[in-house]
Structures are given as structure tokens and as C-alpha cells.
Design a protein around this ligand. Structure first.
Ligand SMILES: Nc1ncnc2c1ncn2[C@@H]1O[C@H](COP(=O)(O)OP(=O)(O)OP(=O)(O)O)[C@@H](O)[C@H]1O
Length: 578
């Protein structure tokens, strides 16, 4: 909560006006019991009927002015809390963006969505409605207590007897409900994850007829949510009647003791009624303590979750005085590189020298570490041992933005935004024109199919490219990588869904038009790699073979085995393929 207070303190001046209007409104409210008292003592008891109109106009005027003051107060409080929640959401989102790949490997989208959305909203509710209620309660309590003391200090002390007990009940409630709100917050995020994954993978669920299984998973969390809500209401059910009971005791004491004072003549009937009305003004804040405890507990649970993310340091960040390597040549070197995911060793002492402007193809069995190797170039992960250098500079010393902005990566798992084709491609280069988009699409062999669509480049594609074939999605993501004239291009198994002809043409375009780029192609088909300057065969986290097509065929090793396997059915002789 301390960290939330830091956000609130930034806007403390914005609270001056609403608090001022709150004070005006409360001050006016304090006049009502006084007028009621005068009505009883002066009009009814003493027969001063001429005062009736004045008193009624007073009540009306108070009601009218108070509603204006309270409107301004409400509006300004809500506005300020919206600004605070906007800042919090912005900072949280910014921070999430700064976190490294390894963080997202362990977190799921649903959980992060819950933090950015519902947890921030819960805090927004508390600092909007809750904070206003809290300040209002304190002001009512102080001002009403002063009025009570001015009528009868003895009766006031008696009326205040149940107050410490009420405060104790509020503290106990807050403590008891705190853990329940944390559990609700955790369960909500897990439920969001299930819902988000189920909806994103709805086609897979239907294809395997797993609707029942998915529903039961969701229902389990939904039931847990229901049980936690019941638990929450049970706690409320235990404490809320106590708030009512203790506040009624207060009124009972006022009526009994105040009645005795009236009989003894030390208090008039009008004053007793007036006192009773003021007493309600201090009881009401006490009754609201339950709601406030509830809100504080919710906000506390949410802020713990939010600040756990905010306190996570990105594993990969810029060094102080990081080098801005502006005009990269694209000379990549792996120097005895080892890499571990947690404790699992994936790469084991890899040495590889990739000349600037060359094309390197990486082949190897699944899980042999091909993607991992390329992930180290843009520092998506840091090497465990050894170093990766670009143009002689250790990537750890380079400024992340300048490094990554000179690289174009087409990941294995194609991701497209639910936006137009043009916007999806321009994602990599905001300043690109439609002509640039067309040219990139031409190189990626996507131009023909895009231009056959009714809305061409304005065609809006569904979430993750729904509505397009696998090969079309791959070509769009390659076009997105080609729009930027990057120095390093990495294609991670990005042509696997293309037919041989299209793949051949696309790679030819890359060889012809992107000769200045250092290109790394991860692929499984000989047809995709045979023209590369160097072919690297990965096996179990290390380089088993490297060389060009001809030398590897001549060597008769692993590459040759793959080659024979892929071409055996075609009955081509080696010379024909080579
Ligand atoms: N984020 C990760 N966290 C933990 N382990 C991972 C992670 N990514 C990959 N691995 C593991 O690292 C190993 C190498 O994975 P990598 O993706 O580099 O293989 P690959 O050769 O590219 O495989 P494929 O051809 O199937 O894409 C695998 O055993 C994989 O399970």
C-alpha cells in the first residue's frame, strides 16, 4: 500500500479542491440537525410559527447547495483516481514490456492480463470511492463530534463508548479478509488464463472434441471462485452485524441517558433530537468501516500482485554507457558459447564465425538448439558461458535498441495482429510507405495473393492471422521482416509451410535483394539450404558439421544422410541435385 500512496502523493494538489467542497458539504449537513432542533424547540414548543418558512427555505437551500458541492467533490475525486490508475497501468505495462523473454517463459498471458486490468481497477476503485469515503468519514466524525460536544460533553463521552470496539472489529475484519482477497485474485488470474487459452485455441478444442474437458477445467476454477466468494461473504456476515449492533448500542445509550438529561432539565427535547441526528453522523462512518476494510483488503491484495511484477528486474538490460553500434556490418561470432535454460544445458561450447553479408543455413534434429542459438544474437537470452560478438563487440556491451533495430527476425511461431495487412507489415517500420510494403511483399512472394483479395493491403486479418493459410501467414511475417533494411535477417523455420516452388522463389529473392544482409536460415529441407554460403548441422547442442553443400555432400556425413533421405524417393542422382 505504501507504493500506492506514492502514486497518490503525486496528485495531492488535485485533492485540495474536492476536499474543500467535501468540507463545505459536510458543514452544510451539520446545519440540518440544528434546524430540526430549532423547529422542535422554537416552532413546535414555543409557538414561533413565523420561523417555519425561514427554516424550510434553509433546509431546501442546504439540500440544493450540498448536492452541488458533493457533485463537484465526486467528479474531482473520480477524475484524480482515474489519472492515478492511468499512471499505474502505464507504468505496469511499460515495465512488463521491459521484461526479458525468460520472464514470459514462466508467466502466462491470462495472469498478466488480470494484473493490468482487474487488479489495477480494484486499486482505482479504492483510491476513488474508497479514499473519498475515508476522508469524508474522518471529517464527519471530527465535525459531528465537535457539534456533539457543544451540545453536551457528558452525553458525547457516553455516545463514544462503543467506538473503540467498532475500530477493533474493523481491524479484525481487515486481517481476516486479506488472505481471502489474495486467493480470489490468484484464482481470477488462473481462470482468466484458462478462458484466454480456451478462446485462443477454440479450433483445437473443437477439432479434438475436448469441449467437455475444457469446460470442466473452467468450471473448477469458477467453482473455486464461488467458494472463495462464499467464504468472503461468511466473514462479512460475521462482522457486519457486529458493526450494526455496536452502532445501535450507541443510539440506545444516547436515547436512555439523553432522555434522563431531558427529564432532569439539563437538555431540551430539541437538543436531544439534534444530538441524536449528530450521533448518526458519527455512527454512519463507523458502519462504513466494514466497507472500507473490505476495499483496503482488496486493494492490498491487488497491489501486492502488481508490485511483485513491478519489482521484477529485467534479466537483460542495457549496461551503463552501452555502445550504440549504429552502422552494423553483421559479422557474427559465437565464441565457445554455452547456454542453459534454468539448469538444462542446451548449447555446449559452440564456435561459429558468420561473415558479414553471408547466408548461413542451420539444420539439425528438433531440440538440437537451432532457435536457441539464434536467440543469443539479439540478446533475447544471455549466454551462460563464452560470448556472442557482432563486428567484434560483445552483444552484452551493445545498446539493446540499436542492436535489435538492426535485426529482423521471423520467429517459428508466426504472430500477426488483428489489423490490416498493411499495418501488420508496417509494424517493423512505422515510416514505411505503401510502396515499401508492396516491395517487401513482392520479395516475400506475398504480392499476388494479397492483390487477389478484395481489399488488398487494407484487408483486415483475424486474430493471429485467422482467415489466411499457414503459408500466407509465413509470407506476411517474412515481408514484415524484409520491410526494414536490417543488417541481420533470421528466418526460423519460416518457409516450412510453403510449396517448393514458392520457397525456391522466395529464397532466390532474398539471395538477390538482401545480399548485403547477414542471413541465417533455419530449415529442414535441403532445397531451402543448399544455396547457402555455409550450412551448419546442429546436434545435441553442438555443431556436428559445417561447410557448403558441395563439401558436405563430399564429406558423406550427417548432411549427406539427410540429403539422401529427402531425395531417395525422387530417384535423382546426386549430380542432378547438386
Ligand atoms: N524457453 C525455454 N525454456 C526452457 N527450455 C527451452 C525453452 N526453449 C527451448 N527449450 C529447450 O531447449 C532445447 C532446444 O530448443 P530449440 O528451440 O533451440 O531447438 P530447435 O533445434 O530450434 O528445435 P526445432 O527444430 O524443433 O525448432 C529443447 O530441448 C527445448 O525443450
Amino acid at each position: 500500500m505504501k507504493k500506492i500512496l506514492k502514486y497518490i502523493s503525486k496528485y495531492w494538489t488535485s485533492y485540495i479542491i474536492p476536499i474543500m467542497f467535501m468540507v463545505f458539504g459536510i458543514a452544510l449537513d451539520m446545519l440540518n440537525p440544528k434546524i430540526t432542533g430549532m423547529f422542535i424547540d422554537d416552532v413546535i414548543k414555543d409557538g414561533q410559527y413565523h420561523l417555519t418558512t425561514k427554516l424550510l427555505i434553509g433546509i431546501l437551500g442546504i439540500a440544493f447547495s450540498r448536492s452541488i458541492f458533493m457533485y463537484i467533490k465526486e467528479y474531482r475525486f473520480d477524475k484524480t483516481s482515474s489519472l492515478i490508475s492511468r499512471d499505474l497501468k502505464k507504468d505496469l505495462f511499460n515495465h512488463i514490456q521491459s521484461l526479458s523473454f525468460s520472464y514470459f517463459d514462466k508467466k502466462n498471458t491470462g495472469e498478466l492480463m488480470s494484473r493490468v486490468d482487474s487488479d489495477v481497477d480494484r486499486i482505482w476503485e479504492t483510491i476513488g470511492f474508497g479514499l473519498a469515503l475515508f476522508i469524508e468519514n474522518i471529517l464527519y466524525f471530527i465535525i459531528a463530534s465537535i457539534c456533539l460536544f457543544s451540545i453536551s460533553w457528558k452525553l458525547t463521552l457516553i455516545a463514544l463508548i462503543p467506538m473503540p470496539f467498532l475500530a477493533l472489529v474493523a481491524i479484525k475484519l481487515e486481517k481476516e479478509i486479506d488472505q481471502t482477497f489474495e486467493d480470489i485474485s490468484d484464482n481470477t488470474s488462473e481462470m482468466n488464463t484458462i478462458a484466454q487459452e480456451n478462446l485462443a485455441g477454440v479450433r483445437l478444442v473443437k477439432a479434438f472434441a475436448r469441449e467437455k474437458y475444457e469446460l470442466s477445467k473452467f468450471f473448477n476454477f469458477n467453482k473455486k471462485n464461488h467458494d472463495l466468494s462464499i467464504k468472503k461473504f461468511k466473514v462479512f456476515g460475521k462482522y457486519f452485524p457486529l458493526f450494526d449492533f455496536l452502532s445501535n448500542i450507541c443510539i440506545l445509550l444516547v436515547i436512555i441517558i439523553g432522555g434522563i438529561f431531558v427529564i432532569q432539565g439539563s437538555l431540551s427535547v430539541g437538543e436531544l433530537v439534534q444530538f441524536n441526528l449528530y450521533a448518526w453522523m458519527i455512527i454512519w462512518p463507523m458502519r462504513m468501516l466494514g466497507w472500507l476494510s473490505n476495499m483496503i483488503a482488496q486493494a492490498n491484495a491487488s497491489s501486492k500482485k502488481i508490485f511483485k511484477i513491478m519489482d521484477t528486474e529485467p534479466e537483460i538490460k542495457n549496461k551503463i554507457n552501452a555502445i550504440e553500434l549504429k552502422d552494423m556490418k553483421g559479422h557474427i561470432k559465437f565464441n565457445n558459447v554455452s547456454f542453459k535454460y534454468d539448469d538444462e544445458e542446451i548449447l555446449k561450447g559452440v564456435n561459429l564465425d558468420i561473415a558479414p553479408g553471408s547466408t548461413v543455413a542451420i539444420m539439425g534434429s528438433t531440440g538440437s538448439g537451432k532457435s536457441t542459438l539464434t536467440n543469443l544474437i539479439g540478446r533475447y537470452y544471455d549466454v551462460t558461458e563464452g560470448s556472442v560478438t557482432i563486428d567484434g563487440f560483445n552483444v552484452k556491451d551493445l545498446h539493446l535498441n540499436t542492436l535489435r533495430s538492426q535485426m529482423a527476425v521471423v520467429p517459428q511461431d508466426v504472430f500477426l495482429f488483428s489489423d490490416s495487412i498493411e499495418e501488420n507489415i508496417k509494424f517493423a517500420c512505422e515510416s514505411a510507405t505503401l510502396k515499401d510494403v508492396e516491395s517487401a511483399c513482392e520479395k516475400a512472394c506475398a504480392k499476388n495473393f494479397i492483390e487477389s483479395l478484395e481489399d488488398k493491403y487494407d484487408t483486415v486479418i483475424g486474430e493471429r492471422g485467422i482467415g489466411l493459410s499457414g503459408g500466407q501467414k509465413q509470407r506476411l511475417s517474412i515481408a514484415r521482416a524484409l520491410i526494414n533494411d536490417s543488417k541481420i535477417l533470421i528466418l526460423d523455420d519460416s518457409t516450412s509451410a510453403l510449396d517448393m516452388d514458392t520457397e525456391f522463389q522466395l529464397l532466390k529473392n532474398i539471395y538477390d535483394h538482401c545480399a548485403h544482409m547477414t542471413t541465417i536460415i533455419i530449415a529442414h529441407r535441403i532445397s531451402a539450404v543448399k544455396n547457402a554460403d555455409m550450412i551448419v548441422i546442429m546436434e545435441d547442442g553442438n555443431i556436428a558439421e559445417q561447410g557448403n553443400h558441395a563439401s558436405l555432400i563430399a564429406k558423406g556425413g550427417k548432411y549427406y544422410d539427410i540429403y539422401r533421405e529427402q531425395f531417395k524417393d525422387l530417384g535423382l542422382c546426386e549430380e542432378e541435385v547438386v
